[in-house]
Ligand binder design. Structure first.
Ligand code: SF4
Ligand code: SF4
Length: 407
């Protein structure tokens, strides 16, 4: 196992982190015996960063991780979990959530605590509710050790959030297809230059970069001078970035775990040759070419005066036209574009057809027309009611979580 140092904290951490968001399941629940074996085996092989969140596995991940880290395993790892900001309604809620998370995880401290899935509006809301005061106090009294945030939003908002507080680390979606999406390479380098540790999530885009690749992409990897699986190409490309501290993998299959452990023992920063980088670059280009909308995620079209998250809309549209879980993509569209978490919608049908974005797009995409396709795909009659119900559901969940009697 290779290790990298988190700049601000000085912690030396395994470059592979175990993500507890896609654990093996049995009869619709976490297969505890198998998942425990997998986590403990990974720790025995050198993994020392475990990442979970309040909402993973519909609330079952944190209590499971607490049990899996019994028998001395808790002390061998740095534990990360996240505050579900969409369920927070007050400054007091933040303390209540954290208290329950400490209880669920059977620990007296969270080593790496993140505000979960922030974007620009989410950050503004949390800042106005007093999240900085919460983080300061929780750090001072030892309930949390390091403060960070995970992010899904635009590059500009990422920079704003990085600059807004003395964060220790951040977590971003990053892989060869998302080099210029969300925080992107620019955001990664910006955060690393400011001394933040960078944890990467979705290195394989939910498995889409590991299997079921478009034939053109398969043949590019197949024709490379070095023989590697698509997953290995994708992981090595991320670890090649010196600014990346940890790559999280939602591992749930023993063969994948062994493969990831092996790669994490070899993937030094700046170790890919120019030819190898070119292979991944060509694969990314071919992958994008096979997508419905050839948006590169550069975000030159942003900001939209009507509040449309253009690249986010195109991303969801491309996802839904690829093999995989379409229901989940539709759900994410309601959550993210509908603003179910933040109250600020950024969906395709908000477009007022001013045309400014299309003039700025280097790919010459007819953005307003394409947004109509996106809206047709995702925003039928039930779109607004779904957003409304989801917001109410989150409010109820938040109230229940905040007022559940402590044991
Ligand atoms: S055309 Fe639509 S999406 Fe593009 S900037 Fe104008 S309002 Fe926004
Ligand atoms: S400018 Fe064009 S390619 Fe860039 S993010 Fe916007 S739509 Fe995509």
């Amino acid at each position: 196992m290779l290790y990298r140092t988190m700049q601000k904290t000085g912690d030396r951490l395994s470059i592979l982190g175990f993500g507890a968001m896609r654990l093996p399941q049995l009869d619709g629940k976490i297969d505890e015996a198998r998942a425990t074996r997998q986590i403990r085996h990974s720790i025995d092989q050198g993994v020392d960063y475990i990442d979970t969140a309040w909402g993973y596995h519909r609330g079952a991940s944190e209590p499971f991780v607490g049990r899996a880290l019994a028998d001395g395993y808790r002390e061998k790892v740095r534990l990360a979990t996240k505050l579900p900001h969409w369920a927070v309604r007050s400054r007091e809620d933040m303390d209540r959530f954290l208290a329950q998370q400490l209880e669920r995880l059977r620990t007296d401290r969270i080593d790496y605590y993140l505000i979960h899935s922030l974007d620009g509006p989410g950050w503004q809301r949390m800042a106005s509710l007093g999240v900085i005061d919460f983080l300061e106090k929780a750090k001072r009294d030892g309930r949390i050790v390091n403060r960070g945030f995970s992010f899904h939003g635009t590059k500009e908002d990422f920079g704003r959030i990085v600059d807004a507080y003395d964060w220790d680390f951040c977590q971003i979606q990053y892989n060869y297809l998302d080099e210029h999406s969300q925080a992107g390479r620019e955001g990664l380098e910006y955060a690393a230059a400011k001394g933040l540790g960078v944890v990467v999530m979705e290195p394989l885009r939910g498995g889409k970069l590991a299997s079921g690749l478009p034939p053109e992409v398969e043949s590019i990897f197949g024709g490379a001078a070095v023989r590697r699986t698509p997953a290995e190409w994708a992981l090595r490309w991320i670890w090649d970035h010196p600014g990346v501290t940890i790559v999280l993998s939602g591992m749930n299959d023993e063969t994948h775990i062994e493969e990831n452990l092996r790669i994490a023992g070899e993937a030094h920063p700046n170790s890919l040759t120019a030819d190898e980088l070119q292979v991944v670059g060509r694969a990314a280009q071919a992958y994008r070419g096979s997508m419905k909308i050839g948006c590169t995620g550069c975000q030159y079209c942003m900001p939209c005066p009507a509040g449309v998250d253009i690249q986010g809309c195109f991303d969801q549209y491309n996802q839904v036209h690829m093999p995989g879980n379409k229901r989940l993509t539709r759900f994410f569209y309601v959550v993210r574009m509908g603003g179910a978490m933040t109250g600020k919608a950024s969906n395709a049908s908000l477009c007022k057809e001013c045309g400014n974005c299309a003039k700025a797009c280097p790919q010459d995409l007819p953005i307003p027309d394409l947004l109509k396709d996106v809206s047709k795909e995702f925003e039928g009659f039930w779109f607004k009611p779904k957003v409304w119900f989801l917001r109410r559901g989150l409010a109820v969940q938040s109230w229940l979580a905040a007022h559940r009697p402590r044991r």
